[in-house]
Unconditional design. Sequence first.
Length: 323
Amino acid sequence: MKTSIEILPLLMNPDCPKSRRQLIELSYKIALSYITFNHRRVKKILISEEITPKEFALEAIAPLFEPDQENRFFLIEKTLKQWSPPVTNENEAQFFLNKLVQMKTEQHISKLLRQADPFFSRLLDKLNYHIKKNGYKKLRYLGTVYIVPSECDEIRGRIIREDEFNQIPRSLFNFNNKILQKIFTYIEQNTEFADAIPLNILILRIKEAEISSFETDDNSFNFIEESDVEKVLENALRITLSKLNESYFKKGKLSSEEILLFENTLNDIIVDMKDGGVNPGLYKYLMANDNRITLELYEQKYRNILEYIYKVLKQNIAAQLRE
């Protein structure tokens, strides 16, 4: 972010009240610009935390301006002293401040994503494990963390942007041991971008792929914390049972006894989902709750209803995951 204000004198004289005020103002503008550019990623945070982008920007830069016992901007001064190569001119000063503020803003985004999105933290932990296990590492470039090959010490070439990264086929984002290798191969063979995968955007795409595949894959909870699974399934079951009552009991299509049978059946299905997946053959769940039901009776009377309600249940679970 270019500015008409000279930054180098401000960094060299942070004890001056005017310098401090200008540094805070410049840092705030840099952070707000970064948040605006990453609006898609932070939208959920803004909603869940009930804050504006301006408030978010102020929160992100606050640690930079927490004074020490001598009322000095310790973090900025410490970082400036450790910066390599040393900051000696205005261009280097602008680069230093931009990168420092973007880095702190990115850290704040990641922190709040963990809090606002219970799945984000789990996926991040899994990705960190796969990065180490499969010979990759993380590099920070212009405030963003990228996954790169282990031999890469500096990202060179064009960096893939979020809109371009979102053009990569969804099928490559199904989480498995080869996920990073497949994405790197795609970037190398189909684009002219550098070998660098944006970490947080990758997590969002994995999450989207998991959600979209849920309606055809019943074993889709392996990346969610147990407490979150309980909440998602309970909410989805409650909504589905309401649909069952509205569509079949109130319209006289099923008796109260049959509604209870379907409720017990759906509860059994939910239990198996928590344990790893639904058993093949939905009719077995229904027959287990009423041994008077034969396969012939199931096919004639209950099959279409159970398959429809099961589909509704999965759609409701997918909807809960998107929230």
